[in-house]
Design a protein around this ligand. Structure first.
Ligand code: FES
Length: 200
């Protein structure tokens, strides 16, 4: 019953997302991104193209402003010839996919055991205070979104955070301050790049 309840909740969330976030924008990969997507799809045997779903969702997220609107996910599902719901299910399961608009820099602070023991909660509170937002929110200038996530596999260098494809480790308040200032002064969107997708 629990899994059914979770499934119902998840489907509602997906439907809510779809109805709230639908827009009239045309979602189409650039020629370069399409070539990368085709290259990734060719890694898999005929009939198993669906295996390329996660890297293609990353490509779509990078291409379409750092988040996956229903239109962006539909673009991926059409390319893989799968049902749109299959893309929505995967995208809504993983914290690395954003289902609503986010800032240029999505700060993902690990809050699992090693990081928690070494001060992740203090790091999160510090960032909240510094950016004047809470976890899950985006700064008014559209520069930062703050998230907490589960173990990112860098427990030996805890506490740590991820932004785009980069890890920032052994964090201190000073390191966080310098990092946020650097990101703000550069002002660029940080996402998984096409090279990251080729290499996974
Ligand atoms: S506990 Fe934070 S990276 Fe593993």
């Amino acid at each position: 019953m629990l899994s059914q309840a979770n499934s119902t909740h998840k489907n509602n969330t997906i439907q809510d997302t779809h109805s709230n976030m639908s827009d009239n924008k045309e979602y189409k990969f650039s020629d370069e991104t399409l070539a990368t997507a085709q290259r990734i799809i060719r890694r898999y045997p005929e009939g198993k193209e669906k295996s390329a779903l996660i890297p293609l969702l990353h490509l779509a997220q990078a291409e379409f402003d750092g988040w996956l609107s229903p239109g962006a996910m539909d673009c991926v599902s059409a390319l893989l010839k799968i049902q749109p719901i299959e893309a929505y299910e995967v995208a809504s399961f993983y914290s690395m996919f954003n289902l609503k608009p986010v800032g240029k820099c999505v700060i993902e602070v690990c809050r699992t055991s090693s990081c928690w023991l070494l001060g992740a909660e203090d790091i999160v509170r510090h960032i909240e205070k510094k950016l004047n937002i809470h976890v899950g929110e985006t700064t008014t200038d559209g520069m930062f979104t703050l998230k907490t996530v589960e173990c990112l596999g860098s427990c030996g260098t805890a506490p740590m955070l991820q932004c785009g494809g980069d890890y920032y480790e052994n964090l201190t308040f000073d390191k966080v301050d310098n990092l946020l200032e650097k990101m703000k002064s550069e002002g660029k969107r940080r996402v998984y790049t096409k090279d990251d997708m080729i290499n996974i």
